[in-house]
Design a protein around this ligand. Structure first.
Ligand code: 3HC
Length: 312
């Protein structure tokens, strides 16, 4: 079939809401956009394990430690699903990791902020995973099959993450005056960086128009950000915590008008100048290099097993 015919078939599938599968013909730009987005999503899942991992030994109870461990293990699994989905587009895991290490690929800015207290761990689950859920529920309808199926699986686990965080922040908000103060401090520091997770405004987003045409992105950055705000503000109010935005105002339609995001801060952090960018990347590079022997052993074992199977 000539390219024009294949392109026509591609668009027919997109319009008919059929999933594009790895073996299907696809425009090169569509493939490149998916590799960019899915790999950065995967990097975010894995880098996001660092701030939480620092609190495993500091968890205030055995139960809290177990729940946090389970959450962090989930995030590793999410990263693996997403790297595997990305590899179906013809790019190797090694290449993706190299792009991350060479700062040619991004990960979510939110993970470049420090997690300073146990209340922060609650705010991360409540706000960061809460924002991720809003984004990922929408992404379940993405046009690329492997990505969409990974999202369905990840969303099931993400809701547990958000509940885990909200339970912690509820305990703190209903605790001693000092714990309450910690909860409010965590909200003050993580609220705006959580809004930045949804990306630049629609008018400033260079990728959204194409991504929406290809149905990679199903709803816009601004719409998802607004949905997160409208869902989360009442949750803070129930706890008696105040959102650090003096311009926040409930509108007649039930949505919240909110203040201007500090886009200078957003681009500073995205460009590598956030509080923890260097620490996160150095840690990832160190762990990756120290884990080389595990990868080599696993490959050698796999090779020996396949030689045995061939010989048998
Ligand atoms: N942090 C870092 N970079 C960001 C960003 C953020 N918060 N928001 C946007 N960017 C980057 C984009 O990657 C793009 O740069 P690039 O062209 O070099 O890749 C640029 O800023 C412009 O942004 P656009 O809105 O035009 O880019 P997209 O169309 O890709 O939209 C997105 C950005 C909404 C983040 C989209 O990529 C997306 O939905 N990604 C999948 C979800 C994801 O990655 N979430 C990250 C968090 S994962 C997580 O939280 C795990 C949970 O378990 C804790």
């Amino acid at each position: 079939m000539d390219e024009a015919k294949q392109e026509e078939l591609f668009w027919k599938k997109i319009e008919a809401e059929e999933k594009i599968e790895p073996k299907d013909w696809m425009p090169e730009d569509y493939r490149k956009n998916l590799i960019r987005q899915i790999s950065q999503h995967a990097h975010s899942e894995v880098i996001g394990m660092q701030p939480e991992g620092n609190w495993i030994t500091r968890a205030p109870s055995l139960r809290a430690k177990k729940v946090l461990l389970a959450k962090i293990q989930d995030e590793a699994g999410h990263g693996l699903y997403l790297y595997s989905a990305c590899e179906t587009l013809g790019v190797s895991r090694d290449t993706l990791i190299e792009q991350l290490h060479q700062q040619k690929a991004k990960y979510s800015s939110i993970f470049n902020y420090p997690v300073l207290s146990w209340a922060d761990i609650g705010a991360v689950g409540w706000l960061v995973d809460g924002a991720a859920i809003v984004n990922q529920v929408s992404l379940q309808r993405t046009s690329y099959g492997p990505y969409s199926r990974a999202m369905v699986r990840i969303c099931k686990e993400e809701s547990f993450h958000q509940r885990q965080g909200y339970e912690i922040i509820t305990q703190m908000a209903n605790g001693t005056a000092e714990q309450r103060e910690m909860a409010q401090d965590a909200l003050n520091r993580l609220w705006w960086p959580s809004l930045m997770m949804f990306g630049p405004t629609d008018k400033d987003s260079p990728n959204s128009a194409k991504a929406m045409k290809w149905k990679i992105k199903r709803e816009s950055n601004d719409l998802l950000r607004q949905r997160f705000i409208d869902k989360t503000v009442p949750q803070a109010e129930i706890l008696g915590l105040s959102i650090p935005d003096p311009d926040l105002e409930l509108q007649a339609d039930g949505s919240y008008k909110f203040g201007e995001i500090n886009w200078q801060e957003f681009y500073d952090v995205v460009q590598g100048n956030g509080p923890c960018n260097k620490q996160r990347l150095d840690h990832h590079i160190k762990a990756h290099n120290e884990g080389a022997w595990v990868r080599e052993a696993a490959i050698a074992y796999g090779m020996s097993k396949s030689k045995e199977t061939i010989a048998a």
